[in-house]
Design a protein around this ligand. Structure first.
Ligand code: ADP
Ligand code: MG
Length: 588
């Protein structure tokens, strides 16, 4: 192959334009991205090598080397992982295959500042090299291919790149960043080393740098030939909890999630028993943009005894928890496990159930701590002793569940229809607005505790918005009698409550369906009055029925209204107005 000039896919060109023209809020992440690619390439070699040991050639020890050249103003990142063939280099470095990046592109606003923040949130992988470089050279040879089939890829980060065949003895990839004039601060051992420990410490391979020693004659530090590891090089999840700081957990989260915001909570456990595995699960603070895409893969990476097996292992988490990020490392699964096999494995089923339980428990815990306890005076007049430390800890946790719920509450509700075994637990985690609370903060348990004497059901109404629900004439009698009604306005509510017939023995009842039976909440006099009215108004009702024939199934006197003259209701077993409207809008 002689030298060829090719054009980037239009989206890549657009992305590069943004990367190179943005006031990048956090330029140093380029190193994290490139080191993580190098580490991924080693993971891939290890995985392919399971079935083809020859791929390791004569260099079985995998590592990543970071070097810099002050004269040439370059940084190089070298790995001896899987490498790329010429075709792979063209494809992987010239087009965007990742749906996440595509999705990111579709959310660009055209406003530089906002978009720069967005990239910061997503990380743009390989292309983030152009934040600091005005030219990138990639030299690579795929494991197993002859030395003559190496490739050199070069680009200045504008519309085009060049590829040519090269001779390359070493397996793997070398990425050379030709630094921009304003990025020379990275030409420093100390700087690069501190970025590696900051962002890539958990990478399970050694990341090596050349040693530096003080040269008294030259009166400067001089690079030595010898390489040394600058990270701790063991998988974070395999370490003991006690050795891991909150900062390290948060940094690891950023690495696996492409989310720049700190996670809301995490849980790290070694699970023993019939199925053995380690789980490290994170609850993000912000919902991803494609949360509503049910085809979105789960955010769980699967490892088997430290060997990376696959990203997005959807079999390890139910769909309604698809937004949870993390790592599962199994001690039992075979290394050559495929997605198909995963679906059938009993170990995987046990892991999925364990993960689900763990996430729900984390949420329960956050929910419990959502409102920081006030120091209350006990019955004996003695104030409970709350240390300043306890108080600060409680305040740190307070409000997290509300924040979580605002982002993920609606998707959690899918679990009511999806996860029968955990329906009760999920129901306890739900929060609603109600006729007594504008905030979406009323749990079903709160509601039950406030039920009126003689009230037999949990009443709710669904509508397009909380405001519409609140002003519905169907609420009149409930307002008059001071009965709380839950106001639901999420698109999934109607569907979700249809799966939740009761909560701890109390049925849920829509106020917009059938004849509202207030049971013993209605007094004798009211019942008598209603019956008398039905008698008096019979001729009117008959004429209305005649006039509305084919449009209304029935016309009847109601005790449901106080001020309004009439309202529409649907039959007990029928679709509600809200759901009927939704289906109609969806063309069904
Ligand atoms: P991602 O890592 O999320 O796939 P990137 O933009 O970081 O996206 O990288 C794009 C692709 O380029 C990778 O998926 C991989 O196929 C290829 N690639 C990048 N760096 C390397 C490397 N050091 N060795 C082998 N392949 C690489
Ligand atoms: Mg990457």
């Amino acid at each position: 192959m002689s030298k060829q000039t090719l054009s980037f896919q239009a989206e890549v060109a657009q992305l590069l334009h943004l990367v190179t023209h943005s006031l990048y809020s956090n330029p140093e992440i380029f190193l994290r991205e490139l080191v993580s690619n190098a580490s991924d390439a080693c993971d891939k070699l290890r995985f392919e090598g399971l079935n083809n040991a020859a791929l390791f050639e004569d260099a079985p020890n995998l590592d990543v080397r970071v070097a810099f050249d002050k004269e040439a103003k370059t940084i190089t990142i070298t790995d001896n992982g899987i490498g790329m063939s010429q075709a792979e280099a063209v494809e992987h470095l010239g087009t965007i295959a990742k749906s996440g990046t595509k999705d990111f592109m579709s959310h660009l606003s055209g406003d530089q500042k906002k978009d720069a923040q967005l990239i910061g949130q997503f990380g743009v992988g390989f292309y983030s090299g152009f934040i600091v470089a005005d030219k990138i050279t990639v030299e690579s040879r795929r494991a197993g291919l002859p030395a003559a089939e190496g490739v050199r890829w070069t680009s200045g980060g504008t519309g085009e790149f060049e590829v040519e065949a090269i001779e390359r003895a070493a397996r793997g990839t070398t990425i050379t960043l030709h630094l921009r004039d304003d990025a020379h601060e990275y030409l420093s051992h100390w700087k690069l080393k501190s970025l590696i420990t900051k962002y890539s410490d958990h990478i399970s391979l050694p990341i090596l740098m050349q040693k530096e020693e003080w040269d008294a004659e030259k009166s400067e530090y001089v690079q030595q030939a010898e390489w040394e590891a600058v990270n701790s090089a063991n998988a974070l999840w395999a370490r003991s909890k006690k050795e891991i700081s909150d900062e390290q957990y948060a940094e690891f989260y950023k690495n696996i999630s492409y989310d720049q915001a700190a996670p809301l909570a995490w849980s790290h456990n070694r699970v023993e028993g019939a199925t053995e595995y380690t789980q490290l699960l994170y609850i993000p603070a912000k919902a991803p943009m494609d949360l509503w895409n049910r085809d979105r893969k789960a955010g769980i990476k699967l490892y088997v005894r430290r060997v990376f097996i696959m990203d997005e292992a959807e079999a390890l988490m139910p769909s309604y928890l698809r937004w949870v990020k993390g790592v599962v490392d199994s001690a039992d699964l075979p290394l050559n496990v495929s997605r198909e096999l995963l679906q059938e494995s009993r170990d995987v089923k046990a892991i999925r159930e364990g993960n689900t339980r763990r996430v729900l428990a984390m949420l329960e815990d956050l929910a419990k701590k959502d409102v920081a306890p006030k120091a209350e005076e006990g019955a004996d007049g003695v104030t409970d002793v709350v240390t300043a430390e306890d108080k600060a800890a409680a305040e740190k946790e307070a409000g997290k569940y509300s924040a979580f719920y605002a982002e993920f509450g609606a998707v959690l509700k899918e679990g009511l229809g999806e996860d029968f075994a955990n329906r009760e637990k999920i129901a306890k985690l739900l929060r609603f607005a109600s006729t007594t609370s504008d905030a979406v903060s009323v749990s079903l348990a709160d509601y039950k505790a406030r039920m009126k004497e003689g009230q037999a059901a949990i009443y709710y109404i669904t509508a397009d918005s909380i405001a519409a629900a609140k002003n519905s004439p169907q609420l009149e009698v409930f307002k008059k009698k001071g009965i709380e009604v839950l106001l639901m306005a999420d698109r999934v509510d109607e569907w979700a409550v249809s799966h939740l017939h009761e909560f701890e023995g109390t049925p849920l009842q829509s106020v917009a369906k059938g004849a509202v039976d207030l049971g013993s909440l209605q007094d004798e006099a009211e019942k008598k009055a209603a019956e008398a009215a039905a008698e008096t108004f019979k001729p009117v009702l008959d004429r209305l029925k005649e006039a509305l024939k084919g449009k209304a199934q029935d016309v009847r006197v109601t005790t449901r209204l106080v001020d309004s003259a009439a309202c529409l209701v649907v039959g007990e077993g029928d679709l509600s107005n809200q759901l009927a409207r939704m289906l109609k809008a969806a063309g069904q």
